[in-house]
Design a protein around this ligand. Structure first.
Ligand code: KIV
Length: 264
């Protein structure tokens, strides 16, 4: 349990000392429960899938991400908060700066995350030069799923593995404080982690990353339409909630709720 607020310095200082723990959250209620139990909370655009019922993340808007980031920040006192920049919000340097500044001015987020390749290097550099903390998301990039033709594991071929390493090193040089590695072969993610001074956070990228992240509705068994290989379930949330809603509905039907003690 954290006893003081995690900041950029304490986050980076964990590299090589202690694994970094993280999870997503999209509202104050969940953020309050997770706060301090994990080092980092990501307001991911995965909310479009797990909560919005969509099959991809591309529809997330700035307004939605700002709304959810504000809510998460309201629930957090200790963990480091990162907000996802939605698809299309960092297409050019000017757009990236305008939208990243909105996150900083309108919410209390500690940092932002962008899905990147080398083509985004100048954008990442200009954000960092402006004092914005950037986490660079490489590997399987959900915002590129239409372009890639689905969610595809990366780093299987040598040229792709080399490109991932080159991208991670370039992002570090441009000022990124961390690299999120998604859906990448474990040995490639391990090599990237070893080559960097900044921490890597993995999702489907093996045990050697500096930390791990999972989407909360996956980990706690609320989203069960499919379970990616990299997800471990720590709760059967959907089943528990189903039992509870059935018990409540049955009590109402049978006039077992409310009791006299629950009435005025
Ligand atoms: O949007 C998200 O939740 C993410 C995680 C999958 C890392 O980017």
């Amino acid at each position: 349990m954290l006893d003081k607020k995690m900041n950029l310095h304490s986050f980076k200082a964990k590299k090589g000392k202690e694994k970094i723990t993280s999870i997503t959250a999209y509202d104050a209620l969940m953020a309050k429960i997770f706060d301090g139990e994990v080092d980092m909370i990501l307001v991911g655009d995965s909310l479009k899938m797990s909560f919005g019922g969509e099959s991809e993340t591309l529809g997330a808007s700035m307004e939605e991400m700002i709304y959810h980031t504000k809510a998460v920040c309201k629930g957090v006192k200790y963990s480091f908060v990162i907000a996802d920049m939605p698809f299309g919000s960092y297409a050019t340097k000017d757009m990236a700066l305008t939208n990243a500044l909105r996150f900083y001015k309108e919410t209390a987020t500690d940092a932002i995350k962008l899905e990147v390749g080398l083509e985004k290097l100048d954008i990442v550099r200009s954000l960092c030069d402006e004092g914005i903390a950037v986490m660079a998301h490489i590997g399987l990039k959900p915002q590129f799923m239409r372009f890639d033709g689905g969610f595809k594991v990366k780093g299987k071929e040598e040229t792709q593995a080399k490109e991932l390493l080159q991208t991670a090193l370039a992002m570090q040089e441009a000022g990124a404080f961390g690299i999120l590695i998604e859906g990448v072969k474990s040995d490639v993610a391990a090599q990237i982690t070893e080559s960097l001074e900044i921490p890597t956070i993995g999702i489907g990228a093996g045990v050697d990353c500096d930390g791990q992240i999972l989407v909360w509705s996956d980990v706690f068994g609320f989203f069960d339409e499919f379970k990616p290989k990299f997800v471990r379930r720590y709760l059967e949330g959907k089943n528990l909630l189903k039992d509870a809603i059935r018990a409540y509905a049955s009590d109402v039907k049978n006039k077992a709720f409310p009791h006299s003690q629950e009435s005025y």
